[in-house]
Ligand binder design. Sequence first.
Ligand SMILES: *Cc1c(COP(=O)(O)O)cnc(C)c1O
Length: 372
Amino acid sequence: MNIPLLDLKAQFQPLRNEILAVVQTVCDEQGFILGPRVVAFEESVARYIGSRYAIGCASGSDALLLSLMAMGVKAGDEVITIPFTFFATAGAISRLGAKPVFVDIQPDTFNIDPALIERAITPRTKAIIPVHLFGQCADMAAINEIATRKKLYVIEDACQAIGAAQQEQRAGILGDTGCFSFFPSKNLGGFGDGGLITTNDKALADSMAMLRVHGSQVRYLHEVIGFNSRLDALQAAVLQVKLQYLDQWNEGRRRNAERYRQLFARTKQVDCVVLPPTRPGNFHVYNQFTVRVPKRDELRAFLKEKGVGTEVYYPLPMHLQNCYRELGHEKGSFPLSEQAAEEVMSIPIYPELTEAQQGYVVETIAEFYRRD
Ligand SMILES: *Cc1c(COP(=O)(O)O)cnc(C)c1O
């Protein structure tokens, strides 16, 4: 069997005609930058998330950057986030000359540990960026309680969590802004780069809408210094089609996660594999199904030989990256993030995965551990 980590061709095939038709329409219209297709998509996403506003932009990375800019984060400020994330979370902070201040994760959910946030706050702290890693929301009640008391903004990095929810509220309205990515491997993936920010705050929405077009409201008149970060009409048209299927795909991912739980529970020799728990009140959308395993690298090599795709998200935490040497952290600074980086591996969870394929994945893992 050959089971890739993600099979985008399997997702595209049934939608082929529907998507090619809208692409053709956009080509006939020849309107490519923002415009009615982007507005329509923004309105659809706002309705889906339950936010008052949605602002399309060029990527998830820019969604984070635009949020921070609208909140006035600047050189010398500090922003709290986790080291066990994709680079973009920390990178957006650094691009503004602000300092990423890291807080370690909870070992089970891989999300920020709210109990560690307060001691990281200084008079220069402006915001907290919890990451809803792998598709499960961070503990937003605890984070918001601290943020309200300390007068800090909260930016959700929901790039891996479109459709996820906590206490029946969707990711994207659990903080001041919610940042989404339409990178092809996300649960709602475009045909290239794309991103979007949700918010209920009109001032932030207006500011972000202006910042993404060089800080301008009236053409060639610039109120603030912005940059170019727009969602293409072509991407918006494709995403508008795909948005209709998002809930169905997320349900497929959740069904597959349940199947893995059953398969792992009834297979011998796989007790050592730690499956990702869901905290009460969380609706997990499994952008990744990430397990902790002994002998991770040997297991991955074995699975690869047997045709099973895996990936390590993420092998080196931000505080140990060369580009963050000057922050002065060392090995041991954030032990739970470091341990996760050494032990985790993501296995195929995409919606089109079959029960037979999942059985093969689990059986092959069991075969590996039986060998030693
Ligand atoms: C994908 C991702 C981003 C960045 O999204 P891009 O659209 O690739 O710029 C940011 N944060 C996290 C956690 C992500 O997974």
